[in-house]
Design a binder for this molecule. Structure first.
Ligand SMILES: Nc1ncnc2c1ncn2[C@@H]1O[C@H](COP(=O)(O)OP(=O)(O)OP(=O)(O)O)[C@@H](O)[C@H]1O
Length: 321
């Protein structure tokens, strides 16, 4: 990966990271709830995965970044420039977008013709890369796009996006519909992109394997808000599962439960306790001092994300109280 930043945690607007995109107080009212206010900087030169449950506002956010949707309030800055109305063409030409479901205006064209058309709009169009990706992804270039399968159309969009040599690549669940082989090729192409160019990638995904393999940073969205952004490896270490006991002494247990960092505390019928905590080392030490059997385990990605949401909700509750 390019860039030299090594610090484990970054805040949502870390001053150490150069931002590719900055959002300040960005809000958009949707049918059921409001997305925002969002204050967040997307670090330049890295892959950031935006994760969160269905309907929380990830696609809305991406559309605001593309200016296909205007925020009701707030300000967005792209590569150091902000604007009120439409995105200036020189910025738009540096942004490529792959949506979850390809909606192709060029349905009557072949991949070759559609590429030739797009190449006129993008000054940094890389024809060699486009052809190489079509070949690698096995997309026929002489068949009308309308006659291709959804997966093949998605691969075309992906190849065309990378061929623009973008500075900002916005990927909204790009792998839905891709077979496992194409998915592997897509990951390899994205890794190649990061190694060779000064590109910033924002990807929304529900596939934790994608986060694992691609992301440098992970941002969590919950109920329209960005809860935070963490360096991926630091996220792995943030919360642990701790098994205590079995323990008979309720007083000791009550004391342990008061320790900071505890998110979930589940007493089992056999007297053991399963805990999710951000302070596993402290809990382990005190348990051992009290001769309580203790075991510390890492968590799966899905569990880590639900710990993150729980932690955010606890802090939100505390902030409101
Ligand atoms: N065109 C629209 N008009 C009004 N509201 C919309 C529109 N599209 C989405 N919404 C609403 O905006 C909210 C956020 O939707 P959005 O598609 O951004 O979520 P998401 O996080 O991308 O979800 P998913 O993970 O399912 O793709 C939802 O409440 C949704 O119902």
């Amino acid at each position: 990966m390019n860039g030299t930043f090594t610090e484990a945690t970054v805040s949502m607007t870390s001053p150490e990271l150069e931002p590719a995109i900055t959002l300040e107080q960005v809000c958009k009212k949707r049918r059921e709830h409001t997305v925002g206010p969002i204050n967040w900087s997307i670090p330049r030169g890295y892959v950031t995965a935006l994760v969160g449950e269905n309907g929380t506002g990830k696609s809305t956010l991406i559309h605001m970044l593309l200016r296909t949707l205007y925020p009701d309030s707030g300000r967005i800055t792209w590569l150091g420039e902000s604007c009120e109305g439409e995105l200036p063409i020189h910025i738009r030409q540096q942004i490529a977008y792959v949506a979850e479901l390809p909606m192709l205006e060029e349905n009557r064209s072949t991949a070759k013709q559609a590429g030739a058309f797009r190449s006129q709009w993008y000054p940094n169009w890389n024809q060699g890369r486009f052809e190489q990706l079509l070949e690698q992804l096995k997309v026929p270039d002489d068949v009308r796009l309308a006659k291709l399968s959804k997966g093949q159309q998605q691969k075309f969009v992906f190849a065309a996006a990378l061929a623009t040599s973008p500075k900002l690549l916005l990927l909204d669940e790009p792998s839905s519909g891709l077979d496992p082989f194409a998915w592997k090729d897509m990951l390899a192409a994205l890794h190649g992109e990061m190694e060779n160019g000064d590109v910033t990638i924002l990807i929304t995904t529900h596939r934790m394997e994608e986060v694992k393999r691609l992301a440098d940073y992970v941002a969590l969205m919950y109920e329209g808000q960005i809860c935070g952004m963490k360096e991926k490896d630091e996220l792995y270490q943030q919360w642990k599962e701790v098994w205590l006991g079995p323990v008979d002494d309720q007083f000791v247990l009550d004391d342990l439960q008061e320790l900071p960092g505890i998110l979930d505390w589940e007493r089992k019928p056999d007297g053991s306790v399963r805990v999710h905590t951000s302070q596993a080392a402290a809990l382990q030490q005190i348990a051992e001092e009290n001769d309580i059997p203790v075991q510390v385990n890492g968590l799966e990605w899905e569990e880590l994300l639900s710990c993150w949401v729980n932690d955010y909700r606890i802090h939100l509750g505390e902030a409101k109280a």
